[in-house]
Ligand binder design. Structure first.
Ligand code: FE2
Length: 264
């Protein structure tokens, strides 16, 4: 990945991170806008988690405030990290039930689209789901497997994370709803997933997911849909690495997108 143009903020002597007013204003813009659409599009488990988190509307919260909710709910915590971390560190944190959060927020010119995960994406997109036991356990299992995996195996595991934690959808009595943080923290992708009629929705199948290529810089052409969130418990109990090895043997599906052009 290219070096980030963002620098994560560090706490002052009082242990708090002091975000400038302009950054709190960006949080305000993002959360106001997203709260408007998640009520209609997110799954109930997410909305319940969001209520428990009780994120402030007018300023970026401190990570300790998030931990006061996460820790008793599922044993998870958020951990402050720089803008970009290595895969080794990423998996090590997840395996220790620590969800990495880079303490910077996107600039206004990146309000709608940002490749690096900022604090709004991590807290608003992921932390509500980390209060749910099935999601928490799945993410922990994923971290433990990733820690021991080879770089090639990690490439396959990354697809599992992508199509669940980031872009996962769920069948509910109210229709298809989102639990993936990559969609929930993006107004553009939320609208695209529900209203554009463009993406394809496939039932979740572990081997298929592991074989599905993705691009991080486009709206997703394919989403995988769970029948209920407890399915994540069942997936965590599967021999995921055996499926990874099967996927390695079978190879990837043909991409449903145009391959990225290499810059000259
Ligand atoms: Fe994410």
């Amino acid at each position: 990945m290219n070096a980030s143009t963002y620098v994560a903020r560090t706490p002052g002597p009082d242990g708090h991170i002091h975000y400038p007013e302009e950054e709190n204003a960006i949080w305000r813009t993002l959360i106001t806008r997203q709260l408007g659409c998640v009520q209609q599009t997110a799954c109930n488990e997410y909305l319940t988690g969001l209520e428990r988190l009780d994120l402030p509307k007018d300023h970026i919260p401190q990570l300790a405030d998030i931990n006061r909710v996460l820790q008793p709910a599922t044993g998870w915590q958020v951990a402050r990290v720089p803008a970009l971390i290595s895969f080794d560190r990423f998996f090590e944190l997840l395996a220790g039930r620590q969800f990495p959060v880079a303490t910077f927020i996107r600039r206004r010119e990146h309000l709608d689209y940002l490749q690096e995960p900022d604090i709004f994406h991590e807290l608003f997109g992921h932390c509500a789901m980390l209060t749910h036991p099935a999601f928490a356990r799945f993410t922990h299992t994923y971290g433990r497997l990733g820690e021991k995996a080879t770089p090639k195996e990690r490439g396959f595991l990354a697809r599992l994370y992508w199509f669940t934690v980031e872009f996962g959808l769920l069948n509910t009595l109210r229709g298809r709803r989102i639990y993936g943080g990559g969609i929930l923290s993006s107004p553009g992708e939320t609208q695209y997933a529900f209203e554009s009629g463009k993406p394809e929705f496939r039932p979740f199948n572990l081997l298929d997911v592991l074989r599905t290529p993705y691009r991080i810089d486009i709206m997703q052409p394919i989403y995988y849909v769970l029948d209920n969130l407890d399915q994540l418990f069942a997936i965590a109990d599967m021999d995921i690495m055996a499926e990874v090895h099967k996927a390695q043997q079978l190879g990837l599906f043909a991409p449903a997108f145009t391959p990225k052009k290499t810059a000259i």
